[in-house]
Design a protein around this ligand. Structure first.
Ligand code: PGA
Length: 240
């Protein structure tokens, strides 16, 4: 993994947006794996900016999001469907039929996960996967566990994740379950970019980069991928 340290989250956003937009220029039909949370917001702002300034069309691009809450209406302000449209898709010319999510309201979540995995495979796999990291080193919603997960699955969120994300929920209570891509599936992406900022991520980053590869530190598995770029601010990198 290659670690890049920047002064501010905005500088990270500029650098990561450049990689995504260059990918779209070189491969207008690329498949992007996208993430939610605070970490990717400056990247999404800069992708929208470059899309306009450099006239780069996203009409041929397909996207697959990492995860989605269970039992939260798509229209809820905290659904990842809504987040992605507000933070990125509404500012691009991407086609609605090309943006893909796990359906957290599916009655049969196992069938839904299989459908999603098959769709990603049929699209040819993910060219670049964007990731954040949890304070507990989760990637997607792959929480610390006994073994690394495989394809998409339904997960019970840990107290650490609920604590970190419940600040966004003021109307409806935060769901305790989500559907998420699995670790093996994330690792199948051709290129992976992980962004982390702030002091709360420092311990997870240290364990990810310098610790042993273990499912108790889900992000540590990235040590075994041969094309991973890590973008950190100084606070997140402070224990390296
Ligand atoms: P954050 O979340 O970007 O809001 O810090 C990242 C994550 O939990 O994966």
């Amino acid at each position: 993994m290659k670690v890049n340290i920047f002064k501010t989250a905005e500088e990270i956003g500029v650098a990561v947006a450049r990689i995504f937009v260059d990918e779209v220029k070189n491969n207008p039909n690329c498949v992007l794996g996208l993430a939610t949370g605070a970490s990717p917001i400056p990247t999404y702002d800069n992708i929208k900016k470059l899309h306009k300034e450099e006239n780069v069309s996203f009409k041929g691009v397909k996207t697959y999001n990492l995860d989605e809450y269970c039992d939260l209406p798509k229209s809820d302000k905290n659904s990842y469907y809504t987040f992605m449209h507000e933070q990125l898709f509404n500012g691009l010319d991407i086609l609605e039929e090309n943006v893909h999510f796990l359906d957290g309201n599916a009655v049969d979540s196992e069938a839904e996960c299989k459908r999603y995995d098959n769709e990603i495979n049929e699209a040819g796999g993910i060219d670049i996967q964007l990731l954040g990291i949890g304070n507990n080193a989760h990637i997607g919603f792959n929480e610390p566990a006994e073994s690394f997960t495989d394809g998409s699955f339904k997960v019970k969120l840990t107290d650490s994740t609920i604590e970190a994300n419940k600040i966004y929920f003021d109307e409806n209570p935060m769901p305790h379950y989500a559907l998420t891509m699995g670790v093996k599936q994330i690792m199948a992406a051709k290129k992976i970019i992980l962004i982390a900022t702030g002091p709360k991520k420092a311990e997870a980053i240290k364990n990810m980069v310098k610790g042993e590869v273990t499912p108790l530190v889900p992000a540590s598995v990235l040590q075994e991928h041969d094309d991973v770029l890590i973008f950190l601010d100084e606070a997140a990198a402070s224990l390296l």
